[in-house]
Design a protein around this ligand. Structure first.
Ligand code: G4P
Length: 528
């Protein structure tokens, strides 16, 4: 029933994203969440059955065939009378700033680690964005059905490498590759799992008291008990307060493929992850959940439908009750905004959405006047904080191929920069060639594609050898440009960015000139 007050509906909602390195099991876990929530009757069917709510993987494959991938949307399902919004963070080849921006719309994240690999580069980058936002994180150690590392070692790695204190809620019985089940540290009970064919159905689960488990599981149980005693000794216990602040992370162990431990994790999303709370505006004032409808745009997706030119702005609802057709105010322009074309969008699928509450995401179709970070509201005005830009790692010079279409090129460049498709850097000394900056190569592809198709300007991109950027000042910039391999460019917010080819060059400069200004661009810097 979707007719409570906004605050009571918010209490039922959990809005989260899964962060992981490619291949750690995000897609598999997403499917298994759907299976456990009853949104699909058989896992695997999700991937196979076209025309139904398609899984991320289908959509990505389709997009990749077209050579342009731009998706990151939301999957909504109910579980235990809660409405769960799972935001999709694009991975693999379509990693982009959108992957980070999605986290601005989430209230929590599930970090999936492959038991054999631990923390990997992409996990770390995404984690840093979560940390900058103090996003609560649940950790899932996946693939425990096959050989991997000692889970205690992974707990240690989290603490050492990313200063995240893991507080295991479940602990595995059996070594990686011989996974019997988990101890639930809250109750001391053993949940013993049995496989189902291809993991298509929920795993069989038997709950045993500790003494029965000891008899039946022998040495595997004894070892798990030893390890949990160690965790007790070091006080690695669930701590809701530090979890909510993003400092500790409830940890679960399982196998998405065989469904072992998936229920425990999904239960934790409902039981531990926070429901939407009043969001702060740019001045730090919270807008009550029961005030008029409001939300902010965190992502814009264009050309999803090759049949016609298409533009969807994704808005996270922050307060009030959204009803399709209502007229809101577009904060940046002050103009009325009609919400007639609101839809829920997942992959290529679209349904109109009539009602939404705080925590939900709506897709506003063909709302080309909306930019990333824009707020919509009714009643009291509100301006939510801008979505940050992120430290770019890829750079390319952009040259219009047809000089006769320079105007179209400029217009497209401005528009796509404002939409956040790429960041645009300019030479402060007058070289007119704009330099595009991105966190993922797909952003460049989207840029070229849209510039051609929407603005009629063909563009040639020349990739540059630089791989990292630092914020700098005028004095340091004068020194840096003496090195022909370093570029110093200006961003839209007037910041100067220095681009380096290798980490090594940068480190040497930092050592030789400790007084130079070479500040890391944290994952979140807000353009003004
Ligand atoms: P991603 O979205 O994070 O990139 O990962 P995805 O779920 O696609 O999983 C990557 C591979 O890891 C897949 O195998 C998947 O079946 C496997 N996998 C996921 N979870 C588990 C697990 O708990 N245990 C084991 N053993 N494997 C797991 P693939 O061979 O690449 O694809 P597929 O042919 O199985 O679809």
């Amino acid at each position: 029933m979707l007719n409570g007050t906004p605050s009571s509906e918010a209490t039922r909602r959990r809005t989260f994203a899964i962060i992981s390195h490619p291949d750690a099991g995000k897609t598999t876990l997403t499917e298994k969440f759907l299976l456990y929530a009853g949104a699909v009757s058989e896992a695997g069917a999700v991937k196979a059955r076209a025309g139904r709510r398609s899984a991320t993987s289908d959509w990505m494959a389709m997009e990749q065939e077209r050579g342009i991938s731009i998706t990151s949307t939301v999957l909504q399902f109910t579980y235990r009378d809660h409405v769960v919004n799972l935001l999709d963070t694009p991975g693999h080849r379509d990693f982009s700033e959108d992957t980070y921006r999605v986290l601005a719309a989430a209230d929590a994240a599930v970090m999936v680690l492959d038991v054999a690999r631990g923390i990997e580069t992409q996990t770390r980058k995404l984690f840093e964005v979560c940390r900058a936002r103090q996003l609560p994180i649940l950790t899932f150690i996946n693939k425990y059905d096959r050989p991997g590392r000692d889970p205690l070692e992974l707990v240690d790695e989290l603490e050492q490498q990313i200063q995240l204190r893991a507080t295991p809620v479940t602990w595995p019985v059996g070594i990686p590759g011989d996974f019997r089940g988990v101890i639930d540290r809250r109750t001391g009970h053993f949940a013993r799992f049995t496989r189902t064919a291809r993991g298509a159905m929920a795993a069989g689960e038997e709950i045993l008291e500790a003494d029965v488990a000891a008899k039946e599981e022998g040495a595997a149980w004894a070892q798990a008990v030893d390890e949990t005693s160690l965790l007790d000794e070091v006080g690695a216990d669930l701590d809701t307060e530090s979890f909510r602040e993003g400092e500790s992370s409830p940890l679960f162990v399982g196998s998405a493929l065989t469904n072992f431990g998936v229920r425990h994790l999904l239960d934790a999303v409902v039981d531990l992850a926070p429901s939407p709370t009043p969001r702060e505006d740019r001045d730090g004032t919270s807008r009550p959940l029961d005030s008029g409808f409001s939300g902010f745009v965190f992502k814009i997706q264009a050309n999803m439908n090759p049949g016609h030119r298409d533009h969807v702005a994704f808005l996270r609802v922050c307060s009030g009750r959204f009803e399709r057709g209502m007229t809101a105010v577009h904060g940046r322009t002050g103009k009325p905004f009609n919400t007639k074309y609101a839809a829920s969008v997942f992959g290529a699928e679209r349904d109109t959405i009539d009602l939404a509450f705080p925590g939900d995401v709506i897709g506003l179709v063909n709302a080309s006047e909306l930019h990333i970070g824009d707020s919509l509201y009714v009643d009291e005005p509100v301006a939510y904080p801008e979505i940050p830009t992120f430290a770019p790692e890829l750079f390319a010079a952009a040259r219009g191929i047809d000089t006769g279409r320079y105007k179209q090129f400029r217009r497209g460049l401005d528009q796509l920069e404002q939409e956040g498709v790429v960041q645009v850097l300019r030479d402060p000394n007058g070289d007119p060639t704009p330099i595009l900056a991105a966190v993922g190569a797909m952003q460049f592809e989207v840029f070229v594609h849209r510039l051609k198709n929407e603005f009629g300007a063909e563009v040639e991109l020349l990739r540059m050898p630089h791989t990292l950027a630092r914020r700098t000042d005028e004095a340091t910039a004068r020194e840096l440009v003496k090195n022909s391999r370093i570029r110093v460019l200006r961003r839209r917010d007037a910041e100067l960015l220095a681009l380096f080819e290798t980490e090594w060059t940068l480190q040497r400069l930092e050592q030789d000139h400790p007084d130079w200004c070479l500040e890391p661009i944290l994952v979140g810097t807000t353009p003004t």
